[in-house]
Design a protein around this ligand. Structure first.
Ligand SMILES: *[C@@H]1O[C@H](CO)[C@@H](O)[C@H](O)[C@H]1NC(C)=O
Ligand SMILES: *[C@@H]1O[C@H](CO)[C@@H](O)[C@H](O)[C@H]1NC(C)=O
Ligand SMILES: *[C@@H]1O[C@H](CO)[C@@H](O)[C@H](O)[C@H]1NC(C)=O
Ligand SMILES: *[C@@H]1O[C@H](CO)[C@@H](O)[C@H](O)[C@H]1NC(C)=O
Ligand SMILES: *[C@@H]1O[C@H](CO)[C@@H](O)[C@H](O)[C@H]1NC(C)=O
Ligand SMILES: [Zn+2]
Ligand SMILES: [Zn+2]
Length: 445
């Protein structure tokens, strides 16, 4: 995942200024309350030190998809200390907390909890203590920032005009934890959801996002290409699956380069090619696998259809048979992450107010990576943004999913304050926009 282009165009300035003017009522009301102190509170040494200790504890003990038992326990123990009620377990290790009146409207904030199956290569005091597991996507920081937002919001609970729903979800890295949270019905009456992701290439105190599609939809495929094995020196007695699979890989490249609209970004990448074990034996079969990405459902389905046709057709050219598995049962495909336009206005308002106009990139280039936050956005308005955690003194290019990822913890107060502010001011705005909103009680509160 990556971000680029922080250069602002004049148009974008106008856009933001326009939003400023049109929502001055909202801004004055949020100014009036203590919402604009949130960054100060998050950055106080008391909250900051507490955040560091939590982030480092989670970093030292990374847990994979749906195994976030200790992380979940730590979250619950912190929520207990704050006197924040929650539901657990939701989606195996998930925790859903509630702050505010317990009445509608409900606005959700989401943090993912899982780590990655990779070895940390950074030598530091709080390096992962578990071999082969690492928080290389910053979900340790996400959990920490949401807990800090909870702390801030709890202190201001009387000012909250509705209920903030804290979503600590498992298994973002391929497991589709967001979908499981939704399937459990835990977010039934929520009217909007916000999520953020650390970005190690964006400076501290800056954010980046955009309305509309920001991350692609993602699917996987695996194919078995079967021929007939035999002696490498007598190819006429065999049907060679290595050559067939090689041509399949080449042909798959033509889907994006020749069949897709060049202005509609798509990716097909073959990441797996397994077959054979000797120098002088043609194997019986080859397994290939990979991923495909697109921003629209139509392009996504078209890619999928053509991947299947090309694999079967190209294998047949070489007298091989092919079977394809899109692995739908094992792990869900991720839909594209599409930011709601109204929530974008809200985000720009809050972020510009807190960080200043030069620190908010509201037209970041979308990424072909994927995020399971998209599942929430399929059922309710949702908004997701990048939060800067760059360490300016680093020489090495930092990227997510790198064993060398180091995040600048000075960025965490900004994420906590933005979370808290986005939710609290959303609820204020909602009450203003929908005056006679029917108040519903949330179960068990
Ligand atoms: C705004 O400030 C006034 C005076 O401090 C206070 O009485 C009022 O409750 C505040 N309104 C909100 C929405 O916080
Ligand atoms: C946060 O606190 C640190 C240390 O007290 C200070 O140097 C920094 O300017 C503060 N940042 C903000 C945004 O208040
Ligand atoms: C492909 O499938 C057909 C029909 O099942 C079968 O007759 C043929 O032997 C298979 N070819 C290979 C190379 O496995
Ligand atoms: C930034 O990187 C430098 C050099 O690696 C390191 O000494 C420093 O502690 C880092 N700062 C933060 C806040 O992570
Ligand atoms: C959502 O609201 C409906 C109607 O008020 C209620 O029956 C239901 O229990 C609520 N769902 C949750 C998860 O609170
Ligand atoms: Zn990741
Ligand atoms: Zn991530």
């Amino acid at each position: 995942m990556s971000c680029s282009s922080f250069k602002f165009k004049c148009l974008q300035y106008f856009f933001i200024l326009h939003i400023f003017a049109s929502t001055s009522i909202l801004l004055s009301s949020t100014h009036n309350s203590s919402i604009n102190n949130f960054l100060e509170i998050a950055n106080s040494s008391e909250v900051f030190d507490w955040m560091m200790s939590i982030r480092r504890k989670i970093h030292e003990n990374p847990e994979l998809c749906y195994e976030e038992f200790e992380t979940s326990k730590l979250i619950r123990s912190e929520l207990d200390k704050m006197d924040v009620p929650y539901k657990h377990p939701v989606a195996i290790t998930g925790v859903i907390g509630f702050i505010g009146t317990g009445l509608s409207p409900f606005v959700a904030l989401r943090a993912d909890m899982d780590a990655l199956p990779m070895q940390e290569m950074v030598e530091w005091e709080h390096k992962s203590k578990v071999d082969g597991k690492m928080h290389a996507c910053g979900h340790d920081a996400h959990v920490t920032m949401l807990l800090a937002a909870a702390k801030i919001l709890k202190h201001h609970e009387k000012e909250i005009q509705g209920t903030v729903v804290l979503v600590f979800q498992p298994a973002e890295e391929g497991g589709g934890g967001a979908k499981k949270i939704l399937d459990a019905g835990a977010l039934e009456n929520v009217t909007a959801i916000f999520g953020l992701h650390i970005a190690p290439d964006i400076p501290i105190g800056e954010v980046a996002s955009r309305p509309g599609p920001i991350m692609a939809g993602s699917g996987r495929f695996e194919a078995k290409i079967s021929g007939k094995g035999g002696h490498a020196a007598i190819p006429q007695h065999s049907i060679d699956p290595i050559l067939a699979a090689s041509n399949v890989v080449i042909s798959l490249q033509h889907l994006v380069s020749r069949e897709a609209d060049p202005l509609d970004s798509q990716v097909v990448t073959v990441t797996k090619f397994q077959g054979g074990s000797a120098f002088n034996v043609i194997p019986d079969y080859v397994i290939i696998g990979g991923t495909y990405r697109a921003f629209s459902k139509q392009s996504f389905n078209q890619l999928r259809k053509r991947i299947e046709q090309v694999i079967i057709g190209q294998a047949a050219v070489h007298r091989c048979n092919a079977t394809i598995d899109f692995l739908d049962e094992v792990r869900p495909n991720y839909p594209p992450t599409v930011n709601n336009g109204d929530l974008h206005e809200h985000f720009v308002n809050v972020a510009v107010n807190m960080l200043g106009i030069n620190k908010v990139n509201s037209a970041v280039t979308p990424s072909m990576a994927a995020e399971d936050f998209s599942f929430y956005q399929k059922v309710m308005p949702g908004y997701w943004f990048w939060l800067g955690v760059q360490n300016a003194s680093h020489k090495r290019l930092q990227s997510l999913h790198s064993p060398y990822l180091e995040i600048n913890e000075d960025g965490l107060p900004y994420g906590a304050a933005l979370h808290a502010s986005l939710a609290a001011s959303y609820l204020l705005k909602y009450q203003q926009d929908v005056p006679g909103v029917e108040r519903r009680y949330l179960d068990e509160l």
